[in-house]
Design a protein around this ligand. Structure first.
Ligand SMILES: CCCCCCCCCCCC(=O)SCCNC(=O)CCNC(=O)[C@H](O)C(C)(C)COP(=O)(O)OP(=O)(O)OC[C@H]1O[C@@H](n2cnc3c(N)ncnc32)[C@H](O)[C@@H]1OP(=O)(O)O
Length: 186
């Protein structure tokens, strides 16, 4: 990680909920129309997530041809979206809606189309409404696959928000909201 990112001294680690389903359990999409994880979003990235050990979660992304930036490689914005989604999903254990306040990515290695990316993300701690997260990506299938090589890292600050955050957009929602985890109040 070469970016600048300082964790505050007064971080608190959240406790896992008593009914946490445990490592390996799938994490449902937080919103079926979400570009990152929605299962009713044909234009989206359809990322799949599972709980890991403790506060960690794992997300998978198939790097489709339509995600091309430079010839043959993933677009940096797509990779940033994947991190945003993964780190947001890691916040699910809080059982409160979050939005991204700040995200910073280090693009360490090129990622070719046809890769399967594994993103591991976690909460590093919280301070009031601020949720500090981190994640890293590895290519686990495809031409450059090497599970020992980190190809990108990310740090992100998420903020817990109330229902009023989403109320402001209720007239623009595309689809019938399904919000099992409270990310949408509409
Ligand atoms: C079950 C769940 C599943 C959850 C699963 C969710 C998965 C979702 C994945 C996708 C997530 C997205 O892309 S969300 C879409 C992209 N993001 C957005 O649209 C957010 C747009 N921005 C905003 O709405 C706003 O700026 C907020 C909500 C982020 C913050 O505004 P606010 O609520 O008024 O908070 P505010 O009082 O200003 O700040 C509170 C504290 O945070 C700090 N703070 C605020 N913004 C920043 C910042 N960018 N960088 C540093 N620090 C910041 C302040 O200094 C303050 O610290 P202190 O004084 O306490 O020390």
């Amino acid at each position: 990680m070469s970016g600048t990112w300082t964790l505050p001294d007064d971080l608190t680690l959240p406790k896992l909920p008593d009914d946490h389903p445990g490592a390996g359990a799938p994490i449902p999409s937080h919103w079926s129309k979400c570009f990152g994880c929605g299962d009713d979003q044909p234009a989206g990235m359809a990322m799949q997530f599972t709980f890991g050990e403790g506060l960690e979660i794992t997300g998978m992304l198939d790097v489709a041809n339509r995600y091309q930036g430079g010839p043959g490689f993933i677009h940096g914005g797509i990779l940033s979206t994947a991190f945003d989604e993964a780190q947001g999903m890691a916040c699910m254990v809080l059982r409160r809606p979050v939005v991204t306040g700040h995200l910073q990515i280090d693009f360490a290695k090129p990622i070719p189309l046809g890769s399967v990316l594994e993103l591991r993300a976690r909460i590093d701690g919280t301070v009031r409404r601020k949720v500090y997260t981190s994640a890293e990506a590895r290519i686990v299938e495809g031409p450059f696959a090497d599970p020992d090589v980190v190809v990108a890292t990310s740090r992100g600050l998420f903020l817990t928000v109330g229902a009023q955050h989403f109320d402001r957009a209720k007239d623009f929602v595309d689809g019938i909201p399904r919000s099992p985890h409270g990310t949408s109040s509409v």
